[in-house]
Design a protein around this ligand. Structure first.
Ligand code: THU
Length: 160
């Protein structure tokens, strides 16, 4: 028997001005996106913003539906849109934020498992790390790459 351990390395910040100008721009884009979320059922508004390698910022917000499972998380809305518009352009960074009753959540909100899987595949196809910024008004966490958040992903090669 072998035992293996995985390490998740997080960088924590107290406020936005500790981040780089580019990171701040991305967080602000995610906040704006969250304000436009369509979440009448959960009333939990999530925004995601992607910084693409071509310099573009692509945003997404959660989109819900009366048939609940038909909705989609903010992260996947943004990533699938980026995939449709710029299929081969790597995503360098994603910022994620949640708003409830008009107030940005104090603690960082981590992406759900399904979104991590989608983020993982984009990262591995691009062969470049996708930085993840989890923004909360009182705590910000930065993770260098998606594989840190999903150590045992389902891989494309599993299908061959
Ligand atoms: N949600 C996201 O948009 N991203 C996540 O990573 C977790 C959850 C959305 C889905 C649903 O519209 C609402 O938040 C409550 O779960």
């Amino acid at each position: 028997m072998k035992q293996r351990a995985y390490t998740v390395r997080l960088y924590e910040f107290d406020q936005l001005d500790e981040l780089s100008e580019e990171q701040v721009l991305l967080v602000n884009s995610a906040i704006k996106a969250a304000r436009d979320a369509y979440a009448p059922y959960s009333e939990y508004h999530v925004g995601a913003a992607l910084h693409l390698a071509n310099g573009e910022i692509v945003i997404g917000s959660n989109q819900e539906n009366a048939a609940y499972p038909s909705g989609l998380c903010a992260e996947r809305v943004a990533i699938f849109y980026a995939g449709a518009r710029h299929p081969d352009v790597p995503i360098l960074c994603i910022a994620i934020v949640a708003i409830r009753e008009g107030v940005i959540q104090e603690g960082p909100v981590a992406p759900c498992g399904a979104c991590r899987q989608v983020m993982y595949e984009k990262e591995s196809q691009a062969n470049a790390p996708m930085e993840v910024i989890l923004y909360g008004s009182k705590k910000i966490q930065v993770i260098n790459q998606v594989t840190d958040l999903l150590p045992l992903p389902f891989k494309l090669e599993n299908l061959s």
